[in-house]
Design a protein around this ligand. Structure first.
Ligand SMILES: Cc1cc2nc3c(=O)[nH]c(=O)nc-3n(C[C@H](O)[C@H](O)[C@H](O)COP(=O)(O)OP(=O)(O)OC[C@H]3O[C@@H](n4cnc5c(N)ncnc54)[C@H](O)[C@@H]3O)c2cc1C
Ligand SMILES: NC(=O)c1ccc[n+]([C@@H]2O[C@H](COP(=O)([O-])OP(=O)(O)OC[C@H]3O[C@@H](n4cnc5c(N)ncnc54)[C@H](OP(=O)(O)O)[C@@H]3O)[C@@H](O)[C@H]2O)c1
Length: 248
């Protein structure tokens, strides 16, 4: 049984009508970058709980979560309605295996995300530890609209901080947007545009691919990487090239 602690909302950023970030103070146990907590609210006497990835570095006590309001969703609209100073419940211990310890050595680590799925990568990169064994890091954030690229300034700061080791790439699917590729991740891998834009090859011999966010994106990309690039899902007992986290 999970232990629950009470947290206090210290800051809210409303990026768009449907995307927002919560900052929370809570007495949680230390988590590993890439993991998630469960957030909960008592709604009509019942605790409704869902998983949300930590965005902050584990070394930062300002806990941060990046959310989208799912229309008709049970919890996300209630979390979107929280105000600074409100309380919510969090699991004391984080969970999940979408962490660097599970990733084998490789030349280029590709961190591909859609929507709020960028969260775990921001936690990993903001902490910036245990990345020496990768020569290159690539962070890709795919969103419907240019204005949904909420963390682009932080991505740009990270790119500067990593001094050439990290390359960032925005992808926007529903409009043309400056400095972004237009389309969807699997199609942009298939037609070579993602690698051309980033300037690195995505091959089984040199790459490991992390996928996070929309489950259909995860499935479609896995399928493509298997068929076109000869890659396989990474398992502890059978090393491969793809590690994924699906948000629903
Ligand atoms: C490991 C893990 C980590 C997650 N991390 C995050 C996170 O950092 N940020 C975040 O916003 N969500 C995250 N989610 C999704 C989150 O747990 C909830 O599913 C989401 O907030 C919807 O909850 P709800 O009660 O509002 O909707 P529900 O009433 O539970 O309705 C669920 C339906 O909404 C749709 N849905 C669920 N999540 C999404 C989504 N993110 N985008 C689009 N449609 C969705 C699906 O169709 C699903 O069947 C994560 C999920 C998992 C499993
Ligand atoms: N983003 C918004 O402005 C907005 C506004 C109101 C409500 N919402 C709600 O919020 C929820 C999540 O929206 P979201 O925009 O964060 O997430 P999303 O629907 O998962 O879209 C994020 C990105 O993933 C892409 N994608 C979707 N399916 C894919 C696939 N099979 N392969 C590759 N890429 C794929 C989308 O491309 P496509 O554009 O081609 O689908 C988009 O670029 C939805 O329930 C939505 O109704 C979103």
């Amino acid at each position: 049984m999970a232990n629950w602690v009470t947290g206090k909302v210290t800051d809210i950023t409303n990026w768009t009508d449907s995307l927002f970030s919560l900052k929370v103070h809570a007495p949680i146990e230390k988590f590993t970058a890439g993991q998630f907590a469960k957030l909960g609210l008592e709604i009509e006497g019942v605790r409704i709980q869902r998983a949300y990835s930590y965005v902050n570095s584990p070394d930062d006590n300002n806990l941060e979560f990046y959310l989208v309001t799912v229309p008709e969703g049970k919890l996300s609209p209630k979390l979107a309605a929280l105000k600074t100073g409100d309380e919510l419940l969090l699991t004391e211990q984080a969970a999940g295996f979408f962490v660097l310890d599970e990733i084998p050595d490789c030349q280029t680590l590709w961190m591909l995300s859609t929507g709020t799925g960028i969260g775990p990568y921001l936690s990993i990169l903001q902490q910036g530890k245990n990345l020496e064994r990768f020569e290159n890091l690539v962070l890709v954030h795919a969103a419907r609209w240019g204005n949904d690229l909420s963390y682009l300034p932080i991505m740009q700061n990270l790119e500067e901080k990593f001094q050439g080791k990290l390359r960032i790439q925005a992808v926007v699917s529903r409009e043309k947007w400056p400095n972004s590729l237009m389309g969807r991740i699997p199609a942009l891998i298939e037609n070579g545009k993602l690698e051309a834009s980033v300037g690195l090859p995505m091959q089984a011999e040199n790459s490991h691919i992390m996928l996070c966010g929309n489950p259909q994106m995860v499935r479609d990309t896995q399928q493509l990487l298997k068929e076109q690039r000869g890659m396989a899902k990474h398992l502890r007992r059978k090393p491969g090239h793809i590690t994924s986290e699906q948000y629903w």
